[in-house]
Design a protein around this ligand. Structure first.
Ligand SMILES: [Zn+2]
Length: 275
């Protein structure tokens, strides 16, 4: 068994302006990661662009580092993450997504928005339990995870992702995937996704870890059901949301003062790199 270090739920310049191209992300990530599962917004790209994107992912992958291509599709059941997706899928109908994305590792992203349709949840691989962009990367939502753990159908898993958009934060949330592979054989996308499908992974920021079934640990101590940790997690999440709202408000004010988009993005990046 070997642990492969990766990040899931990442966006590149393919689907959202202001992000980094894959070649830059490869330079930044390959030294300390084994893989990055990409999830480009289907609504902000096209079938043609996605086809060339797939080729670029392949060209920039080797035995040291691998891009796993994928999509984030906005549906009536919230955003669906399709890891390892090789065809372009863009529809609001979650059942059609399930149909067309057969064989992919499918997650329901940021379920805290309350859009998850139980019938869809029954058929995906799991939920994104910890989203660094929406909840902050320093502390998982321990209180929220414990309620989801009870409602999760058996065989479904909870994952974590950084949801990297305009900024490339310090990639706090890592996914460690345990793959049963013989030494010397390079890492493969199929092996990683297959291991995840069996729940052989751990989400961690080095201090807190979340098991695939949603239990939270602080170093080695289990804290899933400790009131103090739940209360801290709740406060942290609310604080993170307030910071995000302030940044958005600040951006609107700078726009009103005539600061152009390029400069606003640079300032936004500078601040977020330090959060
Ligand atoms: Zn996203």
């Amino acid at each position: 068994m070997k642990n492969y270090r990766g990040i899931i739920h990442n966006h590149s310049a393919c689907s959202k302006e202001g992000c980094y191209p894959l070649s830059v992300l490869r330079q930044r990530w390959a030294a300390h990661l084994d893989f990055a599962a990409m999830t480009e917004h289907a609504e902000r790209t096209s079938a043609e662009d996605y086809a060339s994107y797939l080729q670029e992912c392949e060209a920039l992958s080797d035995e040291r580092f691998r891009f796993i291509p994928g999509l984030e599709v906005a549906t009536e059941s919230g955003d669906m993450l399709l890891l390892g997706c090789r065809r372009f899928i863009c529809t609001r109908d979650p059942m059609q997504v399930l149909d067309e994305a057969a064989g992919c590792f499918i997650l329901l992203a940021h379920p805290e928005e309350g859009k998850v349709i139980p019938r869809v949840l029954e058929q995906v691989d799991g939920l994104e339990g910890w989203n660094g962009g929406h909840m902050g990367g320093y502390m998982p939502p321990i209180d929220w995870l414990s309620s989801w753990r009870k409602r999760l159908p058996s065989g479904k898993f909870l994952t974590g992702g950084n949801d990297i958009h305009k900024v490339d934060p310090k990639r706090k949330i890592l996914t460690l995937v345990r793959v049963d592979q013989h030494p010397g054989i390079p890492i493969g996308e199929k092996a990683i996704l297959e291991a995840m499908r069996h729940g052989y992974f751990l989400t961690t920021n080095g201090i807190f870890s979340v098991s695939a079934d949603g239990h939270v640990f602080c170093q080695t101590m289990k804290v899933s059901d400790r009131f103090l940790f739940k209360a801290c997690a709740c406060c942290y999440r609310l604080g993170w949301r307030a910071v995000n709202a302030c940044l958005q408000l600040g951006g609107s004010m700078l726009e009103a003062f005539g600061i152009d988009k390029h400069r606003r993005t640079r300032l936004n990046r500078l601040i977020r790199q330090h959060l």
